[in-house]
Design a binder for this molecule. Structure first.
Ligand code: MG
Length: 251
């Protein structure tokens, strides 16, 4: 699954390098699709359940599943969550990152850093013998300690030949509870954290999930293999599993 993960990360990194005020999310979508196909992959999201694009691009109060559009022009101070997935040789990779477009509001910056660190803490729990509740609790405890909200309606998931497999991987839980983790399992861990109330609604386009109070949201994701040697992040390219927070950083 490493080639699928690497290409997913490469697409995510490339999109991040093009994030700047004035760019449209449709342009970011085009960039991701181009790089995925150039390297022999297929965009995992395009056509998935009827989703019309190769990336999800969720700006500010949008939590996940934002649809790229020529009419969505990024502005200075936006935070934009990009989710990319690639299929290579029948295997899926899935990852996401919330980038800054220019200089974000300081609390939005904190929200993003905390959500990223929720992901790091959760990954550390992905070892044989632990339980899904250990992963969820790691996210929940750290997010709540910082006063942020935890989205419950959308969760991480198993990954394999299909993007969404069992088990569900919630971002909340109790330590020692839930499915016992075993070597060989592959899961996408993806905290979705809100600055305000995590209650959310789906827009009339039937995809885009947005906070009801229109507070900002952040979303970070990696695909992880659970092994006897510890967690292996499959969604990493030559530069590793993490992206710079700042959009445009590699441009
Ligand atoms: Mg996912």
């Amino acid at each position: 699954m490493k080639p699928a993960g690497a290409l997913s990360k490469m697409a995510l990194r490339r999109v991040g390098a093009h994030i700047r005020p004035g760019v449209t999310t449709a342009e970011l979508d085009r960039i991701a699709e181009q790089i995925i196909r150039l390297h022999g992959g297929v965009p995992a999201f395009k056509g998935y359940g009827g989703f019309p694009a190769s990336i999800c691009s969720s700006v500010n109060a949008q939590i996940v599943h934002g649809i790229p559009s020529t009419e969505t022009v990024l502005e200075e101070g936006d935070i934009v969550s990009i989710d990319t997935g690639a299929v290579v040789d029948g295997w899926v990779g899935d990852n996401a990152w919330t980038f800054y477009c220019g200089e974000p509001d300081p609390i939005d910056r904190e929200l993003c850093e905390v959500t990223r660190d929720c992901l790091k803490r959760a990954i550390a729990m992905a070892i044989p013998g632990n339980h899904l509740g250990d992963i969820g609790a790691a996210v929940q405890e750290y997010a709540e300690r910082h006063g942020f909200g935890i989205v419950r309606e959308y969760v991480g998931h198993g990954v394999g030949h299909v993007m969404h497999e069992e088990p569900n991987v919630p971002n909340y839980g109790r330590r020692g509870r839930g499915v016992r983790l075993q070597a060989g399992m592959v899961i996408a861990i993806e905290p979705m954290i809100t600055r305000g109330n995590p209650k959310n609604e789906t827009m009339p386009n039937r995809w885009t999930v947005v906070t009801r109070d229109r507070s900002t949201a952040a979303h970070y994701e990696n695909t992880i293999a659970i092994t006897d040697d510890g967690p292996v992040i499959l969604t990493q390219d030559a530069e590793g599993p993490w992206c710079p927070m700042e959009g445009g950083a590699l441009a």
